[in-house]
Design a protein around this ligand. Structure first.
Ligand SMILES: Nc1ncnc2c1ncn2[C@@H]1O[C@H](COP(=O)(O)OP(=O)(O)OP(=O)(O)O)[C@@H](O)[C@H]1O
Length: 227
């Protein structure tokens, strides 16, 4: 399998005056096209930092991040913005939808920021995530699970190579959590997306192809002590 997302010895140190916090400590990670990787771990372990670095939102302090073979360190801020828009999809805890927009317009939104080669059809995508019947609804008319589905469709409309998902089930009951993570797995597998989902929810891990654990900024296969 081809790895789409490569992190090679990535460290991230947050500095605040004389205070230094190592959020990521020499992280190596490869995620292949069509693979859903779960990252679990205690609060403050560095999981959000991992998504921020993998998603080209924060440059690492050291190490290399490559998306689709492109080393992010070599890119201007304009090129980084374009790469984020075209190749990376983000899904946040609560869906992060725009209050005034209908579900269909939420999914169209990423296509209005600039030219996208070969986007997916927003209406078809909405149907694929089981939300065609709510195409005209606004976020306040949707349940938490429905908002997440719309947020997932929005993240996928540009056909990203990489999908980064932060705690998608935090606000959901058990059944909806299963449905949402099952949907993420299906989308990753069927559309060849390299996906990472950060979660505290151990009930959804069976949907994922691999489970990694982050402790004190270090990443290891779940159940393996970090030394
Ligand atoms: N901007 C920042 N400045 C300073 N320290 C930061 C900053 N962002 C994160 N940190 C620190 O880096 C470490 C990792 O934080 P991060 O948010 O990545 O953890 P997390 O695993 O996502 O936690 P949670 O599960 O609570 O969301 C923590 O010690 C945190 O306090």
């Amino acid at each position: 399998m081809t790895a789409v997302l490569h992190l090679d010895h990535v460290s991230l140190v947050h500095s605040d005056g004389d205070d230094h916090v190592t959020a990521l400590d020499a992280v190596d990670l490869e995620v292949a096209a069509g693979e859903l990787v779960a990252v679990v771990g205690p609060s403050g372990a560095g999981k959000s930092s991992l998504l921020a670095v993998a998603g080209a939102l924060i440059p690492p302090t050291s190490g290399t991040v490559r998306v689709g073979g492109v080393d992010l360190a070599g890119l201007s801020s304009r090129k980084l913005t374009a790469l984020r828009r075209e190749r990376i999809g983000f899904v946040f805890q609560t869906g992060n939808l725009v209050p005034a927009l209908t579900s269909l317009d939420q999914v169209r939104l990423p296509l209005t920021f600039g030219k996208v080669e070969d986007p997916r059809d927003p209406a078809e995508l909405l149907a694929e995530v089981g939300m065609a019947h709510k195409a005209g609804s606004r976020p306040h008319q949707l349940s938490g699970g429905e908002r997440q589905r719309v947020g997932i469709a929005r993240a996928l409309v540009t056909r990203p190579q990489v999908l980064l998902v932060d705690e998608p089930t935090a606000a959901l009951d058990r059944q909806r959590s299963q449905d949402v993570v099952g949907l993420l797995a299906r989308e990753a597998h069927e559309h060849g997306v390299a996906a990472i989902v950060v979660t505290h929810d151990h009930d959804v891990l069976h949907h994922c192809d691999r489970v990694l654990e982050m402790v004190d900024g270090r990443l290891s296969p779940q159940g393996v002590a970090v030394g």
